[in-house]
Design a protein around this ligand. Structure first.
Ligand code: GLN
Length: 404
């Protein structure tokens, strides 16, 4: 994360930009979307669907606005949505959550993560983060004043293998200053779904070092090939030590609505609620009402969602292979990490630039998911939350790579 510009100084020489803000760049994911617009490229960079959101959810939002649910909701979330989150977590995770004391609805899971970190960290605290990681976690750690300790998820030797951490490396990252570990399962960008045994290993370390787990489970319903989503909060000893983050964006294809939430014990929740309140006051009220409708959809909705994503994954994978990429097959979420060694570029950034400008497909350079850019220098990420037409056009364009 090398800053793009030097500090802007006032006429007295006083820096106008905070040291924190100087320490990270703009999001590469969002920048690639802007580049896709600029060059007319197919956007397989930023992970948002280019197909419509479900009709019943859109109708619920329209009705909520028409019914004049247009003023602030309760700062920590509309009662109807918190109630629906409680019912859904009981049904899917078997967890009993108190909607009055254990849920904070935020402006997307992005805000839920930063509000949680701001609520729990002090200067000098360390946060363990697996890398590659979803880009936001790096700046989140800096903004909250915590020191990230990165643990590598090693890519599999074979395409169907799993990205794995080394238990000794993970243990070595924990110490007396460890405040929390950030988990993301199913994982962005690798598609890894953490197994029960892996989560138990993480749990044991959390208990031994008195650390919390902050788990981002936004892709919980996007699973392939019998992969099972396990929430670490359900493991013995973790209910009180876990902040579970989720949201509407991915499950209901409404990434622009910005409705997410953090679920945690009453003590943790009261701190998260205070931070959230002063950051944003609240998430959009009518969209929270629609959220209550969304979370009450029948199981068939989730089955269809996973099946549709499986078909999209299986459409893009062979296209990438045909174009010359070595691919890692995701077990969950909607991204494919691909190895670009075949193409002989200096690094992932120059390859991604060539891809967006000359080939007409936007991807995300792998280095933006790592603390040490060299670890991602041979990788790019493709998002496949797109229509068949988009994926097919991307496939057609990617074949041009062979000719360059
Ligand atoms: N989670 C999505 C991604 O990784 C979208 C990120 C964002 O821009 N909020 O692409």
């Amino acid at each position: 994360m090398v800053p793009k510009s030097s500090p802007t100084a006032s006429s007295t020489g006083k820096p106008l930009i905070s040291e924190k803000a100087e320490r990270f760049t703009e999001s590469v994911i969002r920048d690639m979307t802007r580049q896709a617009h600029l060059y007319g490229a197919i956007n397989l960079a930023q992970g948002f669907p280019d197909f419509p959101a479900p009709k019943e959810i859109k109708r619920a939002a329209q009705e909520a606005i028409a019914a004049d649910i247009n003023q602030y909701a309760i700062t920590w979330g509309a009662k109807s949505l918190r109630q629906a989150i409680t019912v859904k977590m009981k049904e899917w995770q078997g967890l009993r959550i108190d909607p009055e004391a254990e849920i904070t609805v935020c402006c997307g899971s992005t805000e839920a993560m930063i509000a949680s970190l701001l609520a729990i960290t002090n200067a000098g605290d360390e946060i363990v983060v697996f890398e590659p990681f979803y880009e936001n976690y790096g700046p989140d750690a800096i903004l909250s004043g915590a020191r990230p300790r990165f643990v590598t998820l090693h890519p599999p030797a074979k395409p169907e293998g799993e990205w794995c951490f080394d238990e000794r490396e993970l243990r070595a990252a924990f110490g007396p200053h460890t405040k929390a570990i950030i988990l993301n399962t199913p994982n962005n960008p690798t598609g890894k779904v953490f197994t029960r045994a892996e989560l138990e290993f993480v749990r044991d370390l959390c208990l031994e070092f008195g650390a919390l787990a902050i788990t981002d489970e936004i892709y919980e319903h996007i699973l392939y090939d019998e992969a099972e989503h396990i929430s670490i909060a359900t493991l013995d000893g973790m209910r009180e030590r876990t902040i579970t983050i989720n949201g509407m964006s991915k499950t209901y294809s409404v990434t622009g609505w910005r409705v997410g939430w953090a679920v945690a014990s009453p003590a943790l929740t009261s701190a998260i609620r205070k931070v959230h309140d002063f950051l944003t006051v609240g998430a959009p009220a009518p969209l929270q009402e629609a959220g209550a409708t969304a979370l009450s959809l029948p199981h068939t909705y989730y089955d269809a969602l996973a099946a549709a994503y499986r078909a999209r994954r299986d459409r893009l994978l062979p296209a990438l292979r045909q174009a010359g990429f070595k691919t890692f097959v995701p077990s969950g979420a909607y991204y494919i990490m691909a190895d670009i060694d075949e193409f002989g570029f200096a690094d992932d950034v120059s390859f991604a630039q060539h891809l967006v400008k000359e080939i007409g497909v936007a991807s995300v350079p792998g280095s933006s998911f790592y603390s040490r850019p060299e670890l991602g220098a041979h990788q790019v990420r493709f998002a496949f939350c797109k229509t068949d037409a988009t994926l097919d056009e991307a496939a057609r364009r990617l074949l041009r790579l062979k000719k360059t």
